[in-house]
Design a protein around this ligand. Structure first.
Ligand code: NAD
Ligand code: TYD
Length: 336
């Protein structure tokens, strides 16, 4: 019989892309458990609503009773946890919710998985747990955990709790640590969609500091295929880095977006730097490639073009997510 998975945080950017990818590339069924915070958007999955393999449950990962009810209702093969507070800038202005959701929420989910004898628990983590790099070097799975932002510290704490559940209770857990994602349906508080939407509206593009910080970009579909490779084939207790050798300085990303859209670089505004801004991320994903045979399919250049096309073709989605409370937050935050 085909498996059923509990996907937590499936209404967000990566989770919704993962559910779409999974339904297209496997015969599993999915229950999407999501609290629908500002970042959760059911429009991300509206085309799947009539798919019999897809069900949505509105719930919070911190709510043990609701989790136990959902997990007790059917026979889940595993849990994949995307649910989190994810934006570094928000973690700087308000860290408490990051501990609540990312640490206590993950703990509640682990406890539920343990109580119900769930076969496998996959925690979606981030390369930001390793801290920052100078001009040289790369993060391997053996790099020290040195988180710098409250967001990264909360994700690291969750990883340690997942590790502890494997060692203490013998639970089958795996962790993936991916680099920066881009692609369709990313909430426009993160660099790439923010810059695309601002450029389309001829609004200023806020670049932190001198724009020389480096991020290692991966198309969200490549992240999805990697998560599935790890879910299906990793050994219990393993950690896998995920990355696609996509290092770019922020200024190069911003310039590329403006160039593709045919917009002027006069839209760029250098603004105050982010406190504690990590200089560079670079992920060594050679273990994933050699042990599990995974390979990325998208070059950064082609992936950025297709992403820009998606935002252009989905003006309703963009208008919706940029309206109301989010827009006010963004105006105040960047003082534009
Ligand atoms: P996102 O902010 O777009 O979505 C987060 C989702 O989690 C939303 O649907 C939200 O409603 C849900 N959520 C938040 N709190 C919840 C709670 N208490 N209970 C249930 N659901 C809750 O995030 P994203 O960018 O899709 O990231 C998904 C995961 O991937 C996160 O764990 C993040 O740390 C990790 N990650 C992200 C990136 C990236 O570049 N975006 C890179 C590496 C790892
Ligand atoms: P972001 O998308 O927030 O991801 P993360 O901080 O988790 O890597 O930011 C990516 C890079 O872009 C980071 O170096 C900060 C920078 N940045 C800007 O310069 N301006 C912006 O408005 C944002 C949101 C980010």
């Amino acid at each position: 019989m085909a498996k059923t998975l509990l996907i937590c945080g499936g209404a967000g950017f990566i989770g919704s892309n993962f559910i779409r990818w999974l339904l297209a590339n496997s015969d599993v069924s999915v229950v999407n458990y999501d609290a629908l915070t500002y970042a959760g958007n059911l429009e991300n999955l509206s085309d799947l609503e009539s798919d019999p393999r897809y069900t949505f449950v509105h719930g919070d990962i911190r709510d043990a009773a609701a989790l136990n009810k959902t997990v007790g209702e059917q026979d889940f093969d595993g849990i994949i946890n995307f649910a989190a507070e994810t934006h570094v800038d928000r973690s700087i202005s308000g860290p408490a919710i990051f501990v609540d959701t990312n640490v206590s929420g993950t703990l509640a989910l682990l406890e539920c998985a343990r109580a119900h004898g769930i076969r496998r628990f996959l925690q979606i983590s981030t390369d930001e747990v390793y801290g920052t790099l100078g001009r040289d070097g790369t993060f391997t799975e053996h790099s020290q955990l040195r988180p710098n932002s409250p967001y990264a510290a909360s994700k690291t704490s969750a990883d340690l709790m997942v590790r502890a559940y494997h060692h203490t209770y013998g639970m089958d857990t795996v962790i993936t640590r991916c680099s920066n994602n881009y692609g369709p349906r990313q909430f426009p508080e993160k660099l790439i969609p923010l810059m695309i939407l601002n450029a389309l509206d001829d609004e200023p593009l806020p670049v932190y500091g001198d724009g020389e910080n480096v991020r290692d970009w991966i198309h969200v579909d490549d992240h999805c295929s990697a998560v599935w490779a790890v879910y299906c084939n990793a050994n219990a207790g393993e950690v896998y880095n995920i990355g696609a050798d996509g290092e770019q300085a922020n200024m190069d990303v911003v310039r590329a977006i403006l160039q593709i859209l045919g917009k002027s670089e006069r839209l760029i505004r250098f603004v105050a730097d982010r406190p504690g801004h990590d200089f560079r991320y670079s992920v060594d994903a050679s273990a994933l490639r050699s042990n599990l045979g995974w390979q990325p399919r998208h070059s950064f250049e082609a992936g950025l073009r297709s992403t820009i096309e998606w935002y252009r073709a989905n003006a309703d989605w963009c208008a919706h997510v940029r309206s109301g409370a989010y827009r006010e937050y963004y105006r105040q935050h960047y003082k534009l």
